[in-house]
Design a protein around this ligand. Structure first.
Ligand code: TYM
Length: 356
């Protein structure tokens, strides 16, 4: 019997930050290190998803290589045959399945996707007179690629029959859509797809690492995101330990003078506690207990900064040792194997819809 698949992808349109690391990379790397005898692990770069929002295209190739190095430095075992590492665009079945699934996807259901609404409406931040000029051209900044993004993501997951998909909270809606479209196709055409587990079951499977939302340090009402205006609230995996410490020390907190895990009333403090807990490999309750009774945020922040700096120091040491040739040969062998798997699923779909 083939193994259940655990799969995730991280885009390469910018440097990875600790939100990406904690929300998606750490859980899959943990699984690859501890559970690869029971599960197949697929980690890929959704490179076709890179330009759903504007990027500098001349930098994409180098960023893809850099993110692959980050995966290796984070501990992805490249010598493990149950671990596959690949680039989406090297497997044409992703694009082809997307085109087919598009015709079974509602315009309305895509319009309701939060990510599309948020990223497609940056226009709201414009001055009023600018806004007036373009109000009759709604979503002028949003591309069809952004609109269709969840369908491509569903194809990424369904081609490999993935059951478990570690992602941050911002991707939960896309995961639910993947389940919807898989169920819809199965109802219409018989057993075509493996339906991934529900978000709740994913939480149970991955435990503390699943469905996270690490917040921006400067504005803890927002998630830490490469699309935020300023880098001050974002800790990139390539920030020096000193830079990262400074960012933690200037993180926005509150004036309540207590350290409790209460994301609603103390979002800044809770975010720091969460980061501390995950990087110390302990439950957030344990980190909270460690700081209970502290009234001076400076001391608390200094300890969080220490944990972050130590983590980054070790990580960057590993990063400098990653061998590009090893990465390249892993990509080639994985892309060959995964092309076969994806092509098999695609062929089944093509037959079911009458193309073959
Ligand atoms: P992307 O590239 O924007 O982000 C990669 C992963 O990082 C998670 N993440 C966070 N987690 C916690 N806190 C944060 N502040 C934070 N910011 C980002 C994201 O949730 C994601 O898991 N659509 C996906 C990429 C993708 C994919 C897939 C994922 C394409 N196809 C198939 C899984 C399966 C995305 O844009 O993630």
């Amino acid at each position: 019997m083939s193994k259940d698949v655990i799969l995730t992808g991280l885009r390469a349109n910018n440097e990875l930050h600790i939100g990406n690391y904690l929300g998606a990379l750490l859980p899959i790397v943990d699984m690859a290190r501890t559970k690869s005898s029971e599960y197949q692990i697929n980690l890929f770069i959704p490179d076709l998803h890179s330009f759903t929002t504007p990027i500098d295209h001349s930098k994409l190739q180098e960023q893809i290589m850099q993110n692959l190095r980050v995966f290796a430095a984070a501990g992805l075992p490249l010598d493990n045959d149950n671990v596959y590492l690949y680039r989406q665009s090297y497997i044409p079945a992703h694009s082809e399945l997307t085109i087919i699934l598009n015709s079974f996807t509602g315009f309305g259901e895509m319009s309701r996707m939060t990510q599309f609404k948020v990223k497609g409406s940056k226009v709201v931040a414009l001055p009023v007179d600018e806004l007036k000029k373009i109000l009759n051209k709604p979503r002028f900044e949003a591309s069809v690629g952004l609109f269709d993004y969840p369908v491509l993501m569903a194809a990424d997951i369904l081609l490999y029959k993935a059951k478990y998909v570690p992602v941050g909270d911002d991707q939960s809606q896309h995961l639910e859509f993947t389940r919807d479209i898989a169920g819809r196709m199965n109802n219409k055409f018989g057993d075509l797809f493996t339906v991934p587990k529900s978000v709740k079951e994913q939480h149970a499977f991955f435990g503390k690492d699943q469905g996270l939302r690490i917040k921006d340090l400067q504005d803890p009402s927002k998630k830490m995101s490469k699309s935020n205006d300023s880098d001050k609230g974002i800790i990139f995996m390539t920030d020096s330990p000193e830079e990262a410490k400074k960012k933690i020390m200037s993180a926005e907190t509150d004036s309540l003078a207590k350290v409790t895990f209460d994301p609603e009333n103390q979002p800044g403090i809770s975010n720091l506690l969460q980061i501390h807990a995950l990087l110390s490999n302990q439950a957030v309750e344990e980190s909270t207990k460690q700081f209970t009774g502290q009234t001076k945020y400076g001391e608390f922040k200094a300890e969080v900064a220490e944990v972050v700096a130590k983590f980054l120091g070790e990580f960057q040491d590993s990063l400098s040792k990653v061998d590009d040739n090893t990465l390249q040969s892993k990509l080639e062998s994985s892309e060959k194997s995964m092309n076969e798997v994806a092509q098999n699923t695609l062929a089944k779909v093509q037959k079911a819809v009458g193309l073959r």
